[in-house]
Design a protein around this ligand. Structure first.
Ligand SMILES: [Zn+2]
Length: 185
């Protein structure tokens, strides 16, 4: 894959990179590892819980999620048989999401690429993620709680989908003027 990890910076709405459908990452080589390291740096610098490659300016099917247990309020304990947080960042390359639970709930989401915007997004409470790690090995996580949230939010970025597309009508109205300001900046 072709990228200069040192040049990666956070991209903000309405940058068109955020609307691109991303391409699979292949091969998983040192450049990809360096990109992930830089993405982790950007995410931590902004105190984010996740970051998708398009937010760093790359149309790659890759995201990271970092959900410490201390951040999982108000979700509390994970649903039995699922994982609700991570021990450090998880690296999800060429991910797929399947088997969403019928139970859906709203949660107030923000996005590093949409500063100042927050709103309720309704999503399945449990999902199964299969992805490849930096070691080239495939892994599967059945996720609930804040981890399920983060995974679905970041996964949406890989298809060019943002929280402003999925917010409840009420939240959309609430953010209308802030969004207009971002659009014109
Ligand atoms: Zn986001």
């Amino acid at each position: 894959m072709n990228a200069d990890p040192d040049q990666l910076t956070l991209h903000f709405f309405p940058d068109p990179i955020l609307r691109q459908v991303t391409a699979p990452v292949d091969p998983i080589d040192q450049t990809v590892a360096d990109v992930v390291a830089r993405m982790t740096e950007i995410m931590r610098g902004e105190s984010g819980l996740g970051l998708a490659a398009p937010q760093a300016g790359l149309a790659w099917r890759l995201f990271i999620c970092d959900i410490p247990e201390s951040a999982t309020e108000p979700f509390g304990e994970p649903i039995p048989g699922t994982q609700g947080f991570t021990d450090g960042p998880i690296i999800c390359i060429n991910p797929s999401l399947v088997d969403p639970s019928p139970d859906r709930s709203p949660y107030d989401e923000g996005c590093l690429s949409l500063p100042g915007i927050r709103g309720d997004v309704i999503r399945p409470e449990v999902v199964t993620l299969t992805a490849t790690g930096l070691d080239g090995k495939s892994f599967t996580i059945r996720a609930s709680g804040l981890l399920a949230r983060c995974i679905q939010h970041e996964y949406d970025h890989l298809d060019g989908v943002l929280i402003i597309d999925k917010m409840t009508q009420m939240s959309r109205l609430k953010n209308r003027s802030k969004l207009k300001r971002l659009q014109n900046s």
